[in-house]
Structure formats: structure tokens, C-alpha cells
Write a protein that binds this ligand. Structure first.
Ligand SMILES: C[S@@+](CC[C@H](N)C(=O)[O-])C[C@H]1O[C@@H](n2cnc3c(N)ncnc32)[C@H](O)[C@@H]1O
Length: 249
């Protein structure tokens, strides 16, 4: 990030901050100071125009509204750096990620602040259901699949992994960076009949559960519903057996 200091670039931060009389903008001011050639943009659901200056501009945009994000990006994008420090609710974070990551230039960064709210119910996250809920943490884990998208074998699975052209993932406590590559990532798949053989082997081993795996990749909560139904069926069966036992005695 150090090399951004001496060059002009565009930064967008979701979440300006500040409550009631305090207009906030601590981070926007910090970026403008640390990066003297940057043009700094801030999005918030509240009007923060009191902070606007020659290098800082604020906009009223709800980060959970895909149409508003699209309109904003068409007028002001793309950006070199996008930082999400907004509501920290998983649906808002994911709406912003899915709609804005393609608006980050090659070599730029999409940054998730305080992504650990994925574990906390007050932000619609969960610790217990962490492997089933669709959260920023789940997508940070999936970023490894995205980086390796061109090494995946199954075209059906690959179609469920977005082509965001991410080349690197840096995860620290409280902040994660997705770095955009300069183009599609390389494929390491050997030539010849390797792919066909590997596809067959994968199908042979795991093809029986393919529908489940694809369902889970589409919506991890499906799997939770499946477990719930299985549990319900077992409970009903046990209750039925206990009922039979009572009648017999
Ligand atoms: C944690 S504060 C941002 C702090 C600021 N980045 C800083 O470090 O100084 C979160 C901000 O997100 C804004 N916010 C909440 N929900 C939002 C939404 N749906 N869309 C855009 N901004 C939102 C709040 O109004 C608040 O100003």
C-alpha cells in the first residue's frame, strides 16, 4: 500500500462515521492526509456533505441497495481501493462486495474492515452456524477457490465461483484485503487427457453426492435444512417407536 502515497488514485470508503452533531469522517480525513494525491469518496446512508472539500466527496448511498451502488459506480467508478467499513451486516457487506469488486481496477484492493462481525448475531452473523451462513468470512475462505478458479475441474462447480480476477488474499485480525489481478488467473492444469481422467475420478469418488455439494455451494443453508429434516425424520421415527412400545405394554 506504501506505493499509493506518491501517486494519484481513487479511493472509496463505505461508512463515513459520526453520530448526531458529529459529522464523522475521521478515516476519510486520514486517507486524504496519508495519500496527498488521492481523490477520496465516502458513502453513507446519512448526509455527510459537511465534510466535502477539494479532495473529499461524500454521497448518500445505501450499501445494501444494488441499484444505488450500480448507479454510483457508473458515475464515479472505477476505484483503486474500496474499503467497506459500513453497517457490518452480512447482507449489506455481501451486496457491496458482489456489486463493487468488479469496479476495482487491476492491481487494486477491496478491503473488508471488522469482518469478524460475521461471527456475531447482532450483525446477523453466527458463530454456531459459521460454516452454513453466507457471510463475508465464508467469502474470504472462498477467495482461495476464486484465486484457483482456473484449476477447478467441474464446470458446474466452477460456474458457482465468481470470476472476480482476484490474485491474492491477505487476512489479518480485523481487516482483510482482496487484491485484484491484472487479468484472469493462470491455469496449472496439465494438457492431454489429465483433465478428463481427473474429472472421471472425482465423479467416481464423490459423484453420488454431487447434487448435495452443488446445493451447498449455491446456498450453504440448504445443507442446514437437510440436516434439520434428517433430525426431524429420526425424532418422528423414535417417537413412533416409543408410542408403539407404550401401546404394547
Ligand atoms: C463504523 S462507522 C464508519 C467509521 C469510519 N469509517 C471511520 O473509521 O471513521 C459506520 C458508518 O456506516 C454507516 N452506515 C450504516 N449502514 C449503512 C448502509 N446501509 N450504507 C451505507 N452506510 C451505512 C453509518 O451511518 C456510519 O456512519
Amino acid at each position: 500500500m506504501r506505493d499509493y502515497v506518491g501517486r494519484p488514485f481513487k479511493l472509496l470508503e463505505i461508512g463515513v462515521g459520526g453520530e448526531s452533531a458529529d459529522p464523522g469522517g475521521a478515516s476519510l480525513k486520514l486517507w486524504a492526509e496519508v495519500f496527498p494525491l488521492a481523490r477520496v469518496h465516502g458513502l453513507d446512508i446519512y448526509d455527510k456533505s459537511a465534510l466535502d472539500s477539494d479532495r473529499i466527496r461524500t454521497f448518500v448511498v445505501d450499501q445494501g441497495d444494488p441499484l444505488a451502488l450500480d448507479r454510483f459506480m457508473k458515475r464515479h467508478g472505477p476505484f483503486d481501493i474500496i474499503i467497506d467499513d459500513g453497517s457490518h451486516r452480512r447482507s449489506d457487506q455481501l451486496t457491496s462486495l458482489f456489486n463493487l469488486i468488479t469496479g476495482v481496477v487491476a492491481g487494486g484492493y477491496y478491503i473488508l474492515e471488522d469482518y469478524f462481525t460475521s461471527y456475531w448475531p447482532v450483525y446477523d452473523g453466527s458463530t454456531l452456524a459459521k460454516d452454513f451462513l453466507d457471510t463475508p468470512v465464508r467469502w474470504l475462505k472462498q477467495a482461495i477457490d476464486i484465486i484457483n478458479r482456473n484449476n477447478l475441474l467441474s464446470q458446474e462447480m466452477k460456474a458457482l465461483i465468481p470470476d472476480w480476477e482476484i490474485e491474492a488474499l491477505h487476512v489479518y485480525p480485523g481487516v482483510a484485503f482482496l487484491k485484484k489481478g491484472a487479468g484472469p488467473n493462470r491455469s496449472e492444469l496439465p494438457r492431454g487427457d489429465f483433465v478428463e481422467n481427473q474429472l472421471q475420478l472425482d465423479e467416481l469418488r464423490y459423484g453420488g453426492c454431487k447434487a448435495w455439494f452443488l446445493d451447498h455451494a449455491r446456498d450453504p443453508m440448504n445443507y442446514l435444512a437437510l440436516l434439520h429434516n434428517l433430525r426431524q425424520a429420526l425424532d418422528d421415527e423414535i417417537a413412533g417407536l416409543q408410542g408403539d412400545g407404550k401401546r404394547e405394554s
